[in-house]
Design a protein around this ligand. Structure first.
Ligand code: 6PG
Length: 244
């Protein structure tokens, strides 16, 4: 595993650089006329990045037919609900770009969570290349990190942190009880590239512990992200990583 840290003045600068990196990655894949398989994160931090991609030059220059979008996690709500990660992504990006509908694999947050975890796992299996270990091998997975160290919808202390077979699981937000669908660690740690997007002082205490953990195990799911044969990147603003 290769690990890289990128430090930015603020989340706006972070989003700008990420847009450049994203365009480069899609164009590289387009050269071999393949599609870049991307699992998106939810929450607030990716929104600024999406809004940049929805504007020129990115909106018109990125070969969107060479990108296939998935979500690393979703809240179990309908797609028009304010809590929906799909809605946030559609409002800030997808509704502004010319991408084939077949390149967008939405989690059906409105359906029965147990059924949807199974169905979405199959969708990923059918549309993402399989790695040597038999698990889907995404080209790029974006992750956020909660103040509590959760990532995707893998929360501290949850039994699904130990899931080693399934591609997707049903999760539950520890405070709200909200049901979620989340990809699992075998999928996350099988990706070619995993990028954390982390901004704001609230994330600093947990990030500091992860940075200094060495081989010490931590209870934070974000600290369990270790893409075996891939690249792990941390896109951070100064508020989240004052020690860097
Ligand atoms: C979600 C996410 C979650 C998110 C973190 C960070 O659906 O909530 O995918 O893992 O990335 O909670 O969220 P912020 O970017 O809003 O801080």
């Amino acid at each position: 595993m290769e690990k890289k840290f990128y430090l930015f003045e603020d989340s706006a600068e972070l989003a700008k650089q990420l847009a450049v990196d994203f365009k480069n990655a899609v164009e590289e894949k387009a050269n071999s006329s393949e599609s870049l398989t991307v699992a998106l994160s939810g929450g607030h931090t990716p929104k600024a990045f999406f809004e940049i991609l929805a504007e020129p030059p990115y909106r018109d220059e990125i070969p969107w037919e060479n990108v296939t979008f998935f979500w690393g996690d979703e809240r179990c709500v309908p797609p028009d609900n304010g809590e929906s990660n799909y809605k946030m992504t559609n409002d800030s990006l997808l509704s502004h770009i010319d991408i084939p509908a077949s390149n967008i694999h939405r989690v059906l947050g409105e359906d029965l969570p147990t059924n949807e975890a199974l169905r979405y796992g199959k969708i990923i299996e059918e549309n993402v290349a399989t790695g040597v270990n038999g698990f889907p091998e995404f080209d790029w997975i974006f992750l956020g990190m909660g103040d509590d160290g959760h990532t995707a919808s893998l929360f501290p202390g949850a039994s699904n942190l130990k899931e080693m077979q399934r591609i997707c699981v049903v999760a539950e937000h520890p405070d709200t009880g909200q049901k979620r669908i989340s990809i699992t660690f075998p999928v996350i740690n099988n990706a070619k590239r995993v990028s954390f997007l982390v901004a704001g002082a609230a994330k600093a205490p947990v990030f500091k512990e992860i940075l200094e953990k060495g081989s010490k195990p931590l209870p934070y799911p974000a600290s369990m992200v270790e893409p075996e044969n891939g690249l792990l990147e941390w896109y951070l603003d100064k508020a989240a990583a004052p020690e860097l």
